[in-house]
Design a protein around this ligand. Sequence first.
Ligand SMILES: NC(=O)c1ccc[n+]([C@@H]2O[C@H](COP(=O)([O-])OP(=O)(O)OC[C@H]3O[C@@H](n4cnc5c(N)ncnc54)[C@H](O)[C@@H]3O)[C@@H](O)[C@H]2O)c1
Length: 332
Amino acid sequence: MRVVLFSSQSYDRGPFEEANKTFNHEIIYHNFSLNKDTVSLAGKAQVVCVFVNDQVDADTLKALAENGVKLVALRCGGYNNVNLKAASEYKITVVHVPSYSPFAVSEFTVGLLLSLNRKIHRAYVRVREDDFNIVGLLGCDIHGKTVGVIGTGKIGSNVAKCFKMGFGCDVLAYDINPDKKLENYGVQFVEQNEVLKKADFLCLHCPLTPSTTHIVNSDSLALMKKGVTIVNTSRGGLIDTKALVDAIDSGQVGGCAIDVYEGERNLFYKDLSNEVIKDSTFQRLVNFPNVLVTSHQAFFTTEALCSIAHTTLKSASDFYTNSLDESVIANK
Ligand SMILES: NC(=O)c1ccc[n+]([C@@H]2O[C@H](COP(=O)([O-])OP(=O)(O)OC[C@H]3O[C@@H](n4cnc5c(N)ncnc54)[C@H](O)[C@@H]3O)[C@@H](O)[C@H]2O)c1
């Protein structure tokens, strides 16, 4: 198969070339993203492979279909950036990587929360500047606090278990489809509003869907405990960023660590260090001392990259032998 990767980075090549020793596809790497303006550069692709910020909207899918593309393979778990309905209309199958390393994202989530709470990222900068003062770096014990988890799938369940069993927290969880096995670990399922009201630390791990868009907004922020810390490693669109900025400004939110941002498409994975960033909401957000932002890297481990490459190329092979595993199909 000819597989064309959009938004590919230097670190994608190694794992894809290694995995391809098993599958023998022809792989073409494009370092720019897929959208309706770049779709013609898919060329004679049989499989188009995209990542989290490619814009696979109806126009793009129509152009892909006209070019004979029958498979769009996301090399990630979420598929909120693909118009699945349009894909089905144009008879394009969309596959994703439902599980590569939930540990990669859950471990990163815990790391972000620890770093933000104890200001480790700020301490690092101070010590490098020979500033050994610790004023302003005060944190709190996480032990004994209440951690709220929205979405307890592969990632959220790991996070919930980690805070319950590793840190001795009370963990309150909400999921539209709760996996009751988590209760055996002491995690308690409650209504979403109860999670929001009681959490000292709130972790978001549900997918971005119409019903979860801006799940954190001015109304839900008002329900939360004053001084709550919010951690989002799922998708930026879960948070209304303007409302979050206001809540940080007022002190309603005491800290925020995010690996994802609703306007990240124009920013993340690019070196913009010599440019003026026009997104004033983002600029305001990153300048708060109690905010920690990373550039959508929670997935970024060696194990995850290898697993993503293997599953993606296997799906390409399986699609053309009619043996795709149901679990990888996003538009069933
Ligand atoms: N930052 C990163 O690098 C990165 C990497 C991988 C995944 N992610 C994000 O993490 C999300 C979770 O991944 P996962 O592998 O745990 O997915 P998953 O499908 O295993 O779990 C998602 C859970 O959310 C629940 N859910 C769905 N709608 C909900 C709602 N309205 N309210 C509460 N719960 C709801 C589902 O029932 C499910 O249990 C993905 O959707 C993706 O957006 C981010």
